[in-house]
Every structure is written in C-alpha cells, then in structure tokens.
Write a protein that binds this ligand. Structure first.
Ligand SMILES: *Cc1c(COP(=O)(O)O)cnc(C)c1O
Length: 235
C-alpha cells in the first residue's frame, strides 16, 4: 500500500501537479481545459482518494478488478475508469461499475463488454489501448492493425469507442518519449479524420507521473497520474 498521506502533503502534491500541467498547456498553446487529470488510485486508501476528490479531482482510475470493486462503494461520486488489463472472464464484474474502460486491447474483450452491456441494458464507453512501442511485454493493439480492429469493434453493439490510450516504453530522454506521443497523436487525428461510424476520437489518454508534461506537449487530452499525487507505491 501507499503510505497514508497527510492532508497537507496531498494538497501540496495536487497543487504541484496542477501547476506543472497548466504550465505545459500554456507552453503548448492549448487552453486550460484541454486536459483532464485522472488520478490513478491503485494502492491508495478510500479516505485519501476522497480527499483528492475534495481538492478537485474529477476522474479516477483503478487497474485491478478486485481493488476497484472493494473501493467503489466508499468513494464520493466521480467519473471512474478501469485502466488496467481486463481479462475477458472479469468483464462481467466491471461492466456497469465504471464510466469508462480505458484499456480495451482486443476485439475479444470488446465483444464481451458489448455482450454484458447489452444484458445490463447499458452502453459502455471505452478507449482502445495501443501498444505504441510494440513491446512484447505490454498489452494493446499493434499500431498497424488499429484501423482494421477499430472497424471490427465499431460493429459491436452496446460499446462506444471514445478514443485511444497508450503507455509508451521507458525512454532515456524527453525527446525520445515525445516521439512515441507524437505518433500516438498522429494516429488519433488520422482516425478522427476518417469519421468511422460509431467511433469518436474525443479522448487521447497518455502521460503518467514521469512523462505527463511531454504527453501534453504532444496533444494528450487525459493524463493518468498516480505517484506524483499520492506518493511512491510499495508494490
Ligand atoms: C499506475 C498507473 C498509472 C499512474 O502511474 P504513475 O507513474 O504512478 O503516475 C497510469 N496508468 C496506468 C494504466 C496505471 O496502472
């Protein structure tokens, strides 16, 4: 677990992130509201998450099914996302419990989300995850199969694609990581321009504690920040 933060530490962290985020937006010549700050809350206790919400956090994300379910009832009303790898057999536990699933990485999981959503009489908003560095160790679609896969997903009922998500490889330099983000933004804009049926490209989720400034400079519309807000995680 993350060590419990004092109110003043959390406030300090939150203000520091907001300040860097604003500075990055200004540097990029983008408006103040161009990026949503999503707090990645894995390992963080509900009380601390609620304090972050009181400070102004409007979106949170969990990446483990059990952890999300155990905290869900204890968190103040807020937009909640599932941001981790979702196994097909766990889809039924998540659909209806979150506002968005950010990490759809196969047609198979999208179909299951559609099936369960239809059963529950809802439509589930999703982001499609791209393995931008084409790393064997990471989940996500290969960039080369993106358009084709999106077309397949667009035909699934009760699922609405709202954008893309990516976690780039560990990079040595700011310049190197910006290239990955730039490629993501290019794909995002290309798909958007194609105006595919049932696919809207509103959200480009990229950037975490170590690289959200670079991501914002390259067009991110949602950053997922954990440790910069809540402190270092032990696991
Ligand atoms: C934990 C996590 C984050 C946040 O990571 P930090 O480096 O702590 O900001 C972002 N995205 C996903 C998918 C995560 O699991």
């Amino acid at each position: 677990m993350t060590e419990k933060l004092s109110v003043s530490e959390l406030t300090e962290n939150y203000n520091a992130v907001k300040k860097r985020l604003s500075a990055a937006l200004q540097k990029a010549g983008r408006p103040e509201n161009a990026v949503t700050l999503l707090a990645a809350t894995k390992t963080v206790d509900p009380e601390t998450i609620n304090r972050a919400i009181e400070l102004g956090i409007t979106h949170i994300g969990e990446n483990r099914v059990q952890e999300l379910l155990s905290k869900n009832g204890l968190i103040k009303p807020v937009h909640n996302h599932f941001i981790g790898h979702l196994q097909t057999n766990k889809v039924k536990q998540i659909v209806g419990e979150v506002d968005m699933i950010d990490s759809v990485d196969s047609v198979k999981v999208a179909k299951e989300i559609g099936k369960i959503s239809a059963k529950k009489g809802i439509v589930t908003d999703v982001l499609v995850e791209i393995n931008i560095g084409e790393e064997a160790s990471k989940f996500g679609l290969d960039p080369s199969e993106l358009t084709e896969t999106l077309c397949e997903i667009s035909e699934i009922g009760s699922v609405r694609v709202k954008g893309l998500m990516a976690i780039p490889p560990i990079c040595d330099s700011s310049a190197e990581i910006r290239k990955f983000f730039m490629n993501m933004n290019r794909m995002f804009l290309d798909i958007k321009a194609k105006k595919l049926d049932n696919i809207s490209m509103d959200i480009l989720s990229m950037g975490m504690s170590g690289d959200y400034v670079e991501a914002i400079l390259e067009g991110s519309t949602m950053v997922r920040v954990g440790s910069s807000l809540f402190g270092k995680r032990v696991y």
